[in-house]
Design a protein around this ligand. Structure first.
Ligand code: PRP
Length: 182
């Protein structure tokens, strides 16, 4: 696996430090609302799973975690904006404080759909924590309260991000060598 990587873009330490900061910010911001109707962190599978597992351990408040799996219809390269729910929540989020944990925002269309869908379920509040946000032209207008990093315009994998379902288990985010995907 490591031989397929040309450059480590965010090291294991970079990721640990930034995710800890994001968790600390969430802890500060939600300290007043963490009662019994408190926080539900919703992890968007599959890419968001690794980030979520680290993020929740950096939040020093009572919370629940749940998972959604979605797939976008389209040609597989760009999101079409039409999203199919493959796995829905087990949790009723009505009246709860929802934090959506995503690995990356590119077109923003996945989150736009998800936020509309989740909003219709009547949460008390909803924010987004994204590990990375790309500088994509015409990105959907997503109010993203917690952003870890601006994402490079490179083919990156690791820490949850895949190429053909591989590399998600790399502990860092690295740039994939072009010969692997060309
Ligand atoms: C990635 C990522 C986001 C989405 C972002 O998921 O995890 O969910 O794409 O793209 P967008 O902002 O253009 O909508 P992907 O469809 O690759 O599935 P995965 O998480 O299972 O790898």
């Amino acid at each position: 696996m490591h031989n397929d990587i040309s450059e480590i873009y965010f090291s294991e330490q970079d990721l640990a430090d930034r995710v800890r900061e994001m968790g600390e910010a969430i802890t500060r911001d939600y300290a007043g609302v963490a009662g019994s109707d408190g926080i539900v962190v919703i992890s968007i599978l599959r890419g968001g799973a690794v980030f979520t597992c680290d993020l929740i351990r950096a939040i020093d408040l009572p919370l629940e975690v749940d998972f959604m799996a979605v797939s976008s219809y389209g040609n597989g390269v760009k999101s079409s904006g039409v999203v199919r729910i493959l796995k829905d929540l087990n949790t009723d989020i009505r009246g709860r404080h929802v934090i959506i944990a995503e690995d990356i925002i590119d077109s923003g269309l996945t989150l736009k759909y998800l936020m509309q869908n989740l909003e219709s379920r009547g949460p008390a509040s909803m924010t987004v924590a994204a590990l990375m946000r790309k500088n994509t032209e015409n990105q959907a207008d997503i109010p993203c309260r917690y952003v870890g990093f601006t994402c490079p315009d490179k083919f990156i994998v690791g820490y949850g991000l895949d190429y053909a379902e591989r590399y998600r288990n790399l502990p860092y985010i690295g740039v994939l060598k072009p010969e692997i995907y060309q």
